[in-house]
Design a protein around this ligand. Sequence first.
Ligand code: ATR
Length: 283
Amino acid sequence: MFNTDRLFLAGVVGWPVSHSRSPLMHNYWMKQNNCIGLYLPLAVKPCGLSTALSALKPLGFVGCNVTIPHKQMALEIVDKVDEIASTVGAISCITLQKDGSLLGTNNDWYGFMANLKQEHPDWQADAGPAVVIGAGGASRAVCYGLMHDGVKEIRLINRTYSSAKTLASQFGKTIKPLPWKMRHQALEDVTIVVNTTNQGMVGEPPLDLSLDYLPSTAIAADIVYVPLETPFLTAARHRGNHTLNGIGMLLHQGIPAWKQWFNIEPIVTSELRKIMESSLIKI
Ligand code: ATR
């Protein structure tokens, strides 16, 4: 028997959530850090989100991650939202505070940047422009991260131009919105191009992007991780570019969550990365 008062209990709230690889990663860290606890997939329909979040405290959870489709709705439900989540417009992590209130944060931007720096330590934020494709919630987190680390120009390209312009008006002059038809030429002289759309994800067509203008030194990054290598990343690899897949963003956003929940800093080891990647190859 274990002492339930000292059980480390957290989870991920999503719908559907059975595909989530977060439990695999967090339960690996439970073992690595000798914690007695559990990280659970919590399948919650949008209509039940508010009730589920208010049950975190009575059930003894320290908090939870929030995934599709709840990231925006959760923002309206929690008691407090930190500045980053409010800028990004979405919550990825909720932490129960000492007074019993729920604090919403967004760690996705951190996950993207920490993964980029772990995998490509030579990349320099101020060495040239970046291109970000897409203007949804994930794009906002990636743009926030790139700006936070000192990228001076982000060419933001979205199928719906008005959404790119809206994001630019909120984030400031670093973001240069460009129409969709400019996406190929926009790659000229960039240090990194990031796909934040769902294009290339299993069941979706590949991202419609020619890489002819992409410098050979640039990194091609995708936030999609099913499949691990999207057609966009395959094309980039074949022409000699460095690539960055989406699984690392998921891995690294877990670190601040653990700090918030348990005051422990877990490590993204190469063993953990391999475990996560192998679980995706089996799909
Ligand atoms: P997330 O929170 O994961 O970012 P989202 O907010 O729904 O999801 O954003 C999805 C992004 O993928 C948007 O930028 C969307 O472009 P639109 O604003 O034009 O809808 C982009 N996207 C979705 N389907 C696309 C397609 N077929 N071609 C290009 N972009 C697409």
